[in-house]
Design a protein around this ligand. Structure first.
Ligand code: ADP
Ligand code: MG
Length: 315
């Protein structure tokens, strides 16, 4: 009897997608190789991804439209997230399809699920926007954007001003039933792109929220909902470090949930980059015996799943 295939949710970071259209086209080819490697290892894979540069790009393009045509109102951020999901999904699903066909895998259909993720309107994140998106502007331009679009603009470490948006926690994946059906029938599904389109429930209506959900937290919720065995967060470093960038830096290969919680308290992980990943990894690995999370470099995912590298989180 064949062993049950391990179900894996992969969360792709910025380096898996690049910063521009041509960069993304190139990056997804490498990303597709890493993902199909895992399928060849016998894993059942579900793909989630971030959208930082892309949602900023779409947002800026839509602002440019309002300058060109005064009839056009500004585009809500939730719609920008939806556009980024579709555009990234399009490139990813094509690259995955092609890579599988190149390796003779002809029986796995690939599809992107436009995914809405419910957030709590009372989430404290709405009162304290923290996630920078889009391009840098000067002080004068920042003032105009605050007045014209009611954006919150913040100075970002001497590099100029950027829009900051709320980053609430994901509560519920609206399309989870469909995603599960597709995964159960053997499809390769791309879901929860950019952390999902943030929505707030108003009776039967789902209203888009002006926010960007962290993809690390959305992927964690997706992995729990699909009862995955593994959550793999692919990023720009091969392992997670203690005292990152300091002389006493120490790379971690294996951490228990308890140890990781201590390291979080000691402040080893930068908020906005490594901290949400470690929090998501701890949350998933701690949610049920047997569940594990892995943080590693895209190109190392095959080695990492075989236990050769990466940082593994377990109960
Ligand atoms: P992604 O786009 O994949 O979400 P981020 O840039 O948000 O990537 O986060 C990954 C980055 O976190 C790494 O490139 C590294 O510079 C930084 N980082 C911060 N703290 C740590 C740490 N303790 N160990 C490893 N990397 C860390
Ligand atoms: Mg990030």
């Amino acid at each position: 009897m064949s062993e049950k295939r391990r179900r894996i949710v992969i969360a792709l970071g910025g380096n898996a997608l690049g910063n521009t259209l041509p960069e993304q086209m190139k990056a997804v080819k490498i990303t597709a190789k890493a993902i199909v490697d895992l399928i060849e290892e016998g894993c059942e894979v579900v793909v989630a991804h971030g959208n930082g540069p892309q949602v900023g790009m779409v947002n800026n393009a839509m602002i440019a439209l309002t300058h060109e045509d005064t009839q056009q109102p500004n585009t809500p951020l939730s719609v920008c997230v939806a556009m980024s999901q579709a555009y990234i999904g399009y490139d990813l699903q094509n690259a995955l399809r092609e890579e599988m066909l190149n390796r003779g895998i002809e029986d796995i259909p690939v599809a992107t699920m436009i995914t809405q993720v419910r957030v709590d309107p009372e989430d404290p994140a709405f009162a304290a926007p923290s996630k920078p998106i889009g391009k840098f502007v000067d002080e004068e331009q920042a003032k105009i954007m605050e007045e014209k679009f009611q954006y919150t603009m913040k100075e970002d470490s001497g590099r100029g001003y950027r829009r900051v948006v709320a980053s609430p926690k994901p509560v519920e994946i609206i399309e989870i039933g469909t995603i599960r059906t597709m995964v159960e029938s053997g499809d390769l599904v791309i879901a929860c792109g950019g952390g999902g389109i943030p929505v707030i429930r108003q009776g039967n209506h789902l209203k888009g929220a002006s926010a960007v959900i962290d993809k690390d937290f959305a992927s964690c919720l997706l992995a729990k909902e699909l009862d995955a065995d593994f959550l793999i967060i692919l990023t720009a470093v091969e392992q997670v470090a203690l005292n990152f960038g300091k002389p006493e830096e120490r790379w971690l290969s294996d951490v228990s949930v308890k140890e990781a919680e201590e390291y979080i308290k000691e402040g080893h992980f930068a908020p906005g980059s490594m901290l949400p990943k470690v929090q998501a990894a701890v949350d998933f690995a701690g949610s049920k015996p047997g569940r594990r999370a892995l943080i590693t470099l895209l190109e190392k995912s095959r080695d990492a799943i075989q236990g050769k590298t990466g940082t593994m989180f377990h109960l």
